[in-house]
Ligand binder design. Structure first.
Ligand SMILES: N[C@@H](CCC(=O)N[C@@H](CS)C(=O)NCC(=O)O)C(=O)O
Length: 209
């Protein structure tokens, strides 16, 4: 059995945040397929056995069973000594961006992608609202990434891996990312060029998918 086991599914950008970290650290890890579409994560049994919050990703490492991608990334930075903070102030800066990501940058985008790109709802008041919120949050990151190679400075950290989780999927969102957010596109390409990086469908590929 691998040292780390990641409960995930390939469409999950939140899980891909952790998969990227494991790959970039050269960790010994394996995916554990979560059949999200079947509703398994909503069952009392899955919640009792895997995650009471009903969400992927979940990381197993020895006796640890962790959820919330930001917490998992922080744990892995501690375990591996990679992509973490160089001092306390840098640590606060990393957490500022991870919280911004979880609240706005990832969450509005992932909901828009799910509704417009996967469920194919067509344009609705909800997708219009979400797209507006995405543009507002992404403009903040775009301005930052015009100044810096990575979100907290010249080196990649877990904040970058958190924010980049949904950049390597191509479902429609009604946003032309390359045209509207060129600095974000260049940053996502810099992350994908780091040694060990694999795309979501490869990193989280499992039998049964
Ligand atoms: N803040 C959480 C979000 C996790 C999350 O929303 N995961 C999705 C899959 S990408 C999920 O399991 N959603 C189930 C639900 O919302 O009921 C994290 O970063 O881990």
């Amino acid at each position: 059995m691998a040292e780390y086991r990641l409960h995930c599914f390939r469409e999950s950008g939140n899980a891909f945040k952790v998969a990227m970290m494991l790959d970039l650290c050269g960790a010994d890890w394996e995916p554990v397929f979560v059949p999200f579409g079947t509703g398994l994560t909503r069952t009392p049994q899955w919640r009792a056995e895997v995650n009471p919050m009903g969400e992927a990703p979940v990381l197993e490492h020895g006796a640890e069973r962790l959820s919330q991608s930001g917490v998992i990334l922080d744990y892995l930075a501690g375990q591996t000594g990679r992509f973490g903070a160089r001092d306390a102030a840098h640590g606060r800066e990393i957490w500022r961006w991870i919280l911004f990501d979880n609240h706005k940058f990832t969450s509005y985008y992932s909901m828009l992608r799910f509704q417009y790109g996967i469920q194919k709802t067509g344009e609705t008041p909800v997708t219009e609202f979400l797209r507006g919120r995405v543009r507002a949050a992404w403009s903040v990151a775009e301005a930052r990434l015009r100044e810096c190679e990575f979100i907290t400075g010249s080196e990649p950290t877990i904040a970058d891996l958190s924010m980049a989780g949904y950049h390597y999927y191509d479902e429609a969102t009604g946003i032309d990312r390359a045209a509207e957010f060129p600095a974000i596109e260049r940053w996502a390409a810099r992350i994908a060029a780091l040694p060990g990086w694999r795309p979501p469908a490869v990193a989280m590929s499992q039998r049964g998918l």
